[in-house]
Design a protein around this ligand. Structure first.
Ligand code: C2E
Ligand code: CA
Ligand code: CA
Length: 750
């Protein structure tokens, strides 16, 4: 039976994935021969069978101890396989096997003697010298193994002892059992039973036995040394365990006993606790004590057995103050602008959404604030000063904020609020708009803040769109010095959409010639046509006839005007080429927007066009306004000089409409003055306007710069201008701007 059991165990052990399993299989298999040998001896009733049994027994025992030593070494983590010790031991065993095998010839090892035991025949062993040698080898190796186990058992930590102790004891048992047979003189040797039992014990302890006590004590040790306070409660809610941290949490010393009704103290320490152990429970508590505050992570867990029966509860309390602070810091950084400490855009939008959603009965206004020309402030002063301005602005917003509002910095120089309607009146805002706020340093450069207000009618709109609209209102007064606050209205949005639409259509419009030049004659006093101004027109498929006043400012704003102007210059060159071919000797005057200088090489482009079409530069006049000279004066002057040097005539357009026209005149080298039509408008003080006009005409005469008066609408105006000494005119009195073909016809008819 034992043999069968060992065979089964060997099969099971082969399936185990544990490292030691191989050694166990080997040991179990190696135990079989001595047991079989032993059984043969006991059952043998003739000499030969008994002797064969003996050889199997003794030689098998040699293999068993070899396997045992290998198992022992591996189980006890001792280096053996691959060392010289294994070679020595294996050689010893090999020699022993050899001398045993020589016994039939030499008869030096043992012989068997027939005896009668309980009335049946039995061959009893008579050991000779070889047998003693064999015993020394086999038991020697066996005792080495026992010694190793003994050493391990008593040297390891107490919680590991179990692992070695059981095998050690069973070895001692087998050893004693065997010794008993050797020395007792009992005729029938049944030591194989000891081997079998030993094999089964090894199998179980090496492969299947889980040292629960070891696990328990490991877990207990971890729990007791944990930073978190851990309490265990039984089914009736009595505390049955608390670790060190738990004891110190409720004010007990290390060795003090935790009272069963510790719940009250716990509740005090964690800032209140229902005391229910029967349900899962997890909260983060902010506990404020006299001198410090803590964040505690409190978790109550129910413990059930494998059949879902309630065993008790565990309560753990972890101090997460540091983690929590870190999290708060990170959250602060994620939600706030690092320069001003105000909410950043994302957070402002979130808070605004919450505010609006949580107060469905309150009307809100979204307010956008924008510092005018902030880039210039950064430029003129420096970035530090720019930052200072932003911080002052932020502080002003913070200190003027009222409960029930949210505010933050959206980006760069843009700030924003959401507030109940009517809360942010002009007076309320005035502290923010006061240039004095920013200190004396910028007395010469007053900082202007523009405010746009969007009244939230549709609460479903995304907050970002609400702010977009507030800033649309800002945009509408951006270039206006007189207004600081603007309210959004729907036309602003319509305008924006319209602007975007026509901007997206420009290229196609040029390609399809929806955009085309109109010509307005420039004439002498008798109405004789000398040339014409090229004025752009857009015959739009949906919008109809568009005046440049509708789209030029849009394109000037987004820079697309350069594309448009370049096209108009090309049109002018085309016409001049055609005229030159047909012998029409007139000049054309084109407009150059101040913005063109930002986006294209004005000189190169115009010169290139004239070369491309092979026309006389003197036939292409260039109209610039004084605003061209407002920035980058030196470069612009150089460009104009270059153009004049190429032979182009440069006209100063809208002369007199700007702030410093006269002043400009001394710097800018121009060939013609186009006097602005506003001098002809009916004003309260007609005589004053006329005096100025007369002065300008005189001045131009004295400077030797011919003048053209624009906007002549009546015969009286013409008479007056002729009397004042003006030589050239442009205006509805003579002709409105007209298509090229119509212009040519008119010229031919004259
Ligand atoms: P501007 O350069 O001062 O052009 C003269 C404007 O005065 C033209 O308006 C013209 O039609 C108008 N005008 C001429 N005679 C009279 C008159 O007797 N009475 C009145 N009330 N108005 C008269 P338009 O064509 O609507 O152009 C407006 C402005 O658009 C132009 O003013 C110019 O600044 C700009 N513009 C037109 N075409 C172009 C262009 O191709 N490029 C650029 N950059 N600007 C252009
Ligand atoms: Ca013009
Ligand atoms: Ca003009």
């Amino acid at each position: 039976m034992l043999i069968v059991a060992l065979v089964v165990c060997a099969f099971l052990a082969r399936k185990s994935k544990r490292a030691i399993a191989n050694d166990v299989v080997m040991l179990l298999v190696a135990l079989l021969p001595p047991m079989i040998g032993n059984s043969i001896i006991i059952g043998a009733n003739d000499w030969l069978a008994a002797n064969i049994g003996c050889y199997i027994y003794f030689i098998g025992l040699d293999f068993s101890v070899l396997a045992l030593l290998r198992f022992t070494a591996d189980y006890c983590d001792i280096a053996y396989v691959g060392t010289k010790w294994r070679v020595i031991v294996t050689s010893l065993v090999a020699l022993d096997v050899l001398q045993l095998l020589l016994n039939p010839v030499t008869g030096h090892a043992f012989l068997t003697r027939l005896t009668m035991v309980d009335g049946s025949v039995y061959y009893q062993l008579v050991p000779l010298v070889g047998q003693y040698v064999h015993r020394v080898v086999a038991y020697g190796i066996f005792f080495v193994s026992v010694f190793i186990f003994a050493f391990k058992t008593f040297s390891v930590s107490r919680i590991y002892m179990e692992k070695y102790l059981v095998i050690f004891l069973s070895m001692v048992f087998v050893g004693l059992w065997e010794t008993f047979y050797i020395f007792s003189g009992t005729p029938i040797d049944r030591s194989m039973i000891g081997f079998g039992v030993f094999g089964l014990l090894v199998f179980y302890f090496a492969l299947y036995y889980k040292p629960m006590r070891l696990l328990d004590s490991m877990l207990a040790r971890i729990v007791s040394s944990m930073n978190a306070a851990v309490f265990f409660f039984d089914t009736s809610g009595k505390c049955i365990y608390g670790n060190d941290a738990a004891r110190s949490m409720v004010g007990l010393g290390r060795d003090e006993y935790i009272p069963e009704d510790v719940a009250k103290s716990i509740s005090r320490a964690i800032g209140g606790w229902g005391g229910s152990y029967k349900e899962e429970w997890h909260v983060v508590r902010h506990v404020v004590n006299a001198d410090e505050d803590h964040y505690l992570d409190v978790l109550v867990q129910q413990i059930d057995d494998e059949r879902n029966r309630y065993l008790g509860a565990a309560l753990s309390v972890r101090d997460i103050t540091e983690e929590e602070r870190k999290l708060q810091r990170e959250q602060f950084l994620a939600n706030h602008d690092s320069l001003t400490g105000l909410f950043n855009q994302r957070c402002l939008f979130d808070r605004a959404r919450m505010l609006i959603d949580e107060h469905p009965d309150t009307q809100y206004e979204v307010v956008g604030l924008d510092i005018k020309d902030f880039k210039i402030i950064n430029d003129i002063f420096n970035k530090e000063f720019g930052d200072h301005v932003l911080c002052v602005m932020a502080d002003a917003i913070r200190s003027n904020a009222v409960a029930g509002t949210v505010y933050g910095r959206l980006s760069g120089d843009k700030f924003g609020f959401v507030a109940p309607k009517g809360m942010f009146t002009a007076e309320q805002l005035s502290p923010l708009l006061d240039p004095q706020l920013y200190g004396e340093a910028i007395a010469n450069y007053p900082i202007v803040v523009h405010v746009g207000v969007f009244e939230v009618a549709d609460r479903e709109l995304p907050v970002s769109v609400m702010f977009d609209r507030a800033f649309m209102a800002v945009k509408s007064i951006k270039h206006d010095y007189s207004r600081r606050i603007a309210k959004y209205d729907e036309t602003m949005r319509d305008d924006l959409i319209w602007n975007q639409t026509i901007s997206s259509q420009l290229e196609k419009a040029i390609r399809e010639r929806q955009i085309r030049p109109y010509l307005q004659p420039m004439v002498d006093a008798t109405g004789n046509i000398e040339g014409a101004e090229v004025l752009v027109r857009w015959v739009h498929p949906d919008e109809g006839f568009l005046s440049p006043a509708r789209f030029i400012p849009v394109f000037e704003n987004n820079g697309m005007v350069a594309q448009l102007d370049e096209y108009m210059w090309r049109c002018a060159c085309e016409i001049l080429r055609d005229w030159a071919d047909r012998g029409i000797d007139l000049f054309l005057s084109v407009n150059i927007s101040p913005k063109d200088f930002y986006f294209i090489d004005v000189f190169g482009t115009i010169k290139g066009l004239v070369q491309e079409y092979g026309i006389d530069p003197a036939k292409l006049r260039l109209e610039i306004t004084e605003t061209v000279m407002m920035t980058d004066l030196e470069n612009r002057l150089r460009i104009i000089e270059n153009l004049r040097a190429e032979g182009f005539l440069v006209e100063m357009d809208d002369f007199g409409s700007g702030y410093s026209s006269l002043n400009m005149l001394k710097d800018i080298p121009v060939d013609v003055l186009k006097i602005d039509m506003m001098f002809l408008y009916k004003t309260k003080d007609q005589s004053k306007a006329q005096t100025i006009l007369q002065t300008i005409i005189n001045l131009s005469g004295q400077l030797g710069i011919p003048s053209v008066t624009e906007g002549v609408e009546t015969a009286e105006q013409l008479d007056m201008l002729v009397n004042m000494g003006c030589r050239m005119f442009q205006g509805y009195y003579f002709a409105k701007p007209m298509p090229v073909a119509e212009f040519e016809e008119r010229f031919r008819a004259a």
